[in-house]
Write a protein that binds this ligand. Structure first.
Ligand code: EPZ
Length: 428
């Protein structure tokens, strides 16, 4: 289990480039299976979630080749298996995208039920609602979700809950359904639009992704294509907060400013200065910043995946800030870890009341999920002394080379790789 060791206090300066969007990449890699052909996907982030999903599709017989560190060639001409075992979904929830992709192409798929996780119960009832509306039967047995259809027929589907996963899964299942499918009340995140654009490049006919109504005209077949993934909105936002929490001056490059609007607006409300250029945002901050109120909402609102990082920033701002988490029911578990560094946060249900402090103390802390881990790193960049962040594997799921990118901005951060496990199994 790797650790990140941070000595805080350095104001970050310089330029950091944003990598490809993890949550777009996961949907796109699954969507590639809709084509009986070859796709080349560029700007794929080097993160563990992507690596694990690629292993899952290879297990189905799909050929995947890395053309370079960020480019993969996916040949899904042949798919031998339509069953995704528990070991894959247990490693990554996004394997459930294979439900929609395999159903959309083969009228059948079986994927192990994704469990909840430490940010919430995370049901998939809306995914199932969409599949059944398209004419599939869904059986939940022995921990597996089995989806089968004689024929998928387009229909109108209203999502009771705005769900990124359900929107992407239903979009994929509907691509080759007979007739027209309307998805009402869909998620509108940038990665939804990216997956829809990729599907259209494969011959799908999807209109309205990113709006309140997605219209899908079923097509007869889909082919491989070449596609470049958008930059990661959440990684970009995380580095913007790294600049602000250290009182630095950082240019975050290779991003789409439009995707960052809610994050930029809330940081500017705190007193952070953000200058927009074509595909960069320059972030400078002079402490003290001002405590504000933030509520997480589906896009274009403030992203839930930025909630822990924003809480870390509020914890050292002047005055009181209030963060309301409206997407997940249990996304403040990291606050206990942050409290070990001296933050003053009171969690009441889905609200955290943050009283800003002027100092944090480095401490040993553990990441409880991907974004919580990022928040602990951010707090460590500000804290006096040494912070050791355990369970860096969570962070590696969604952040590419985080310590290298932060070090290049002037952070005092190193990764301590725990070789213990390997040595324990060394053959003597
Ligand atoms: C995606 O998860 C992201 N994961 C999450 O990012 C992100 O936090 C989330 O969207 C919200 O933006 C990937 O894209 C791989 P949802 P997803 O379905 O699709 C409820 C990260 O850090 N819901 O939009 O699972 C659900 O319980 C991860 O990168 C139902 O009730 O999220 C939640 O309260 C963490 N029934 C809300 O909707 C359903 O059928 C939003 O969930 C589906 C969801």
């Amino acid at each position: 289990m790797d650790q990140l060791i941070i000595n805080g206090g350095n104001a970050l300066h310089g330029r950091v480039e944003v990598s490809g969007a993890k949550n777009a990449a996961l949907g796109i890699i699954a969507a590639a299976l809709l084509a009986d052909g070859i796709s080349t996907i560029e700007n794929v982030p080097c993160v563990n979630d992507v690596r694990v999903l690629i292993e899952s599709i290879q297990d189905l017989g799909v050929k995947v080749e890395y053309l370079d560190q960020h480019t993969i060639k996916i040949d899904s001409t042949k798919v031998d298996k339509l069953v995704v075992d528990y070991e894959h979904i247990n490693k990554i929830r996004a394997s459930y995208y294979l439900l929609g992709a395999l159903l959309g192409r083969f009228n059948h798929s079986e994927v192990a039920m994704p469990g909840g996780c430490n940010i919430g119960q995370r049901p998939i009832d809306q995914h199932i609602k969409g599949f059944e509306a398209l004419g599939a039967t869904v059986d939940l047995e022995h921990g597996m979700v089995k989806v089968t259809a004689n024929k998928l027929i387009g229909t109108n589907i209203y999502l009771d809950v705005v769900s990124v996963g359900a929107t992407i899964n239903i979009m994929m299942a509907a691509c080759m359904a007979e007739g027209v499918t309307h998805i009402e009340n869909p998620a509108k995140e940038p990665h939804i639009v990216d997956v829809a654009n990729y599907l259209n490049s494969m011959g799908a006919d999807i209109k309205g992704a990113g709006t309140d109504l997605i219209k899908i005209h079923g097509v007869k077949g889909m082919h491989g294509s070449e596609y470049t993934i958008i930059p990661d909105q959440i990684e970009a936002g995380t580095y913007m907060i790294a600049a602000a929490i250290t009182g630095g001056d950082v240019t975050v490059g290779n991003l789409i400013p439009k995707h960052m609007e809610a994050i930029s607006a809330k940081m500017q409300e705190m007193g952070v200065v953000i200058t927009e250029e074509l595909d960069t945002l320059r972030v400078t901050a002079k402490h003290p910043l001002k405590g504000i109120n933030v509520k997480t909402l589906p896009y274009p609102g403030f992203p839930t995946d930025m909630q822990p990082q924003m809480t870390a920033l509020l914890s050292i701002a002047e005055g009181t800030g209030v963060i309301t988490e409206s997407i997940f029911e249990n996304r403040f578990s990291y606050v206990d870890e942050l409290s070990r560094m001296g933050v003053n946060i009171k969690v009441e249900g889905n609200t955290a009341i943050v009283t800003g402090v002027t100092e944090l103390e480095g401490a040993k802390v553990s990441a409880t999920d991907l974004r919580a881990g990022a928040a602990l790193v951010l707090a460590g960049l500000f804290a006096n002394g040494e912070t050791i962040v355990n369970h860096v594997d969570y962070i590696d799921r969604g952040y590419e080379f985080i310590e290298n990118k932060l070090k290049a901005l002037g952070a005092d951060i190193v990764r301590k790789t725990d070789n213990m496990d390997k040595s324990m199994f060394k053959v003597v």
